[in-house]
Ligand binder design. Structure first.
Ligand SMILES: Cc1cc2nc3c(=O)[nH]c(=O)nc-3n(C[C@H](O)[C@H](O)[C@H](O)COP(=O)(O)OP(=O)(O)OC[C@H]3O[C@@H](n4cnc5c(N)ncnc54)[C@H](O)[C@@H]3O)c2cc1C
Length: 336
């Protein structure tokens, strides 16, 4: 049975709101997307993401739910966005930190162990310094700016009406889907921000084809190739909602670790340095808090790109049939 088309207002055009808008419009609903910023993505945490789609590597520290939902997330990205790169991802450690690699292997699944020649075949740049690695072939990544712009464009093509510079709660719609990220904190008191810092560089000497994580006792790091010789270097998880500039210490640590991964980063140009706070609930699991007319989708923490398409699919299913996956839907207002 075709679901009854509803008029739906979405609050917030980060990666979560964009996927909601696109999915619900393609399901036949009349969707209006409200974004408080007058420039798309200017105030979105989503603009700072590495945009790794890494449900296997995240097993190292995340709830198993993230892997389960995340594998579906990769499918949806691949079906929807042609710029999705499905080259897998790589985890390496310097020979003296081999124990970290073994621990990471114990905590994760569906990887291939690589020796120096296996590493050289995948990422020749890393072969000189690293003798072993873990390869996760199921994983993928997207260039975040281009992916967000694509989603916005596709949402418009699907009939979504976009209202930029509008922060007020929409009045006359059947359903509101609240995707305001950390700005919904006043309604969702347990929501918190977890700061992440990152540096974007351009280098024609570095030639990585997939995200690489460097395990290190003090300065773990990941590098994501965004295309056009651009690389995002990121690392930190800081329990703070502060989104101010990044410190000299953090900058030095990030750049030192990048240099340890590949000395060719020494000649890279720095394009931007910044920080943002990821919206997270106390257990770092995403939530859909669904009332009859008002639905919050929030707490996607460090998995916003990975999980946004799946959250959209779940909300569309809820609107169509009332179905609620108990792993994600939360009714208890105390858990807000
Ligand atoms: C450094 C860093 C690296 C990351 N790397 C990854 C990664 O590799 N993979 C991954 O999956 N995730 C990653 N993440 C996490 C991901 O970025 C977040 O989970 C995701 O961006 C959260 O998206 P959101 O749409 O909920 O929030 P936001 O992107 O913050 O979007 C919320 C939007 O709501 C708007 N808004 C606020 N108030 C209102 C209002 N009243 N009316 C209308 N609009 C409003 C805001 O302006 C904003 O545009 C990373 C995050 C950081 C910081």
């Amino acid at each position: 049975m075709t679901p009854k088309p509803e008029s739906i207002a979405i609050r917030g055009a980060g990666v979560v709101g964009l996927w909601q808008a696109l999915t619900l419009a393609r399901a036949g609903h009349a969707v209006t997307l409200y974004e408080r910023s007058s420039t798309p993505f200017a105030e979105a945490c989503s603009s700072y993401a590495g945009a790794m789609l890494a449900p296997r590597c995240e097993e190292e520290s995340a709830d198993p739910l993230i892997r389960e939902l995340g594998l579906r997330g990769i499918d949806l990205w691949r079906q929807t966005y042609p710029g999705t790169t499905a080259n897998g991802s790589l985890v390496v450690a310097l020979p003296r930190d081999r124990v970290l690699l073994d621990r990471f292997a114990r905590m994760t699944s569906r990887f291939e162990r690589l020796d120096a020649s296996g590493l050289a075949a995948l990422e020749p740049d890393l072969a000189e310094r690293f003798a072993a690695g873990l390869y996760y072939p199921d994983e993928a990544h997207v260039p975040p700016e281009a992916a967000l712009a694509f989603l916005l464009d596709q949402a418009r093509c699907a009939g979504v009406a976009l209202h930029l510079g509008e922060a007020a709660k929409p009045a006359s719609t059947d359903i509101i889907v609240d995707c305001r990220g950390l700005a919904a904190k006043h309604d969702l008191p347990t929501l918190r921000g977890v700061r992440g810092e990152r540096i974007v560089v351009r280098s024609r000497e570095v030639a990585l084809a997939r995200p690489v994580r460097l395990l290190h006792p003090r300065f773990p790091l990941y590098v994501v190739p965004w295309g056009n010789s651009r690389y995002m270097i990121g690392a930190t998880l800081i329990e703070s909602e502060e989104v101010g500039p990044i410190s000299v210490r953090s900058t030095l640590e990030l750049l030192n670790a990048a240099y340890a991964l590949d000395p060719a980063f020494a000649e890279a140009e720095i394009l931007s340095i910044g920080a943002a706070a990821r919206p997270a609930f106390p257990d770092n699991r995403p939530r859909i808090i669904a009332g009859p007319r008002y639905i919050y989708v929030n707490g996607l923490y460090r998995h916003g790109f990975l999980l946004a398409p799946v959250m959209a699919e779940l909300v569309a299913g809820y609107i169509a049939t009332g179905a609620q996956d108990p792993e994600v839907f939360v009714a208890d207002p105390a858990q807000r």
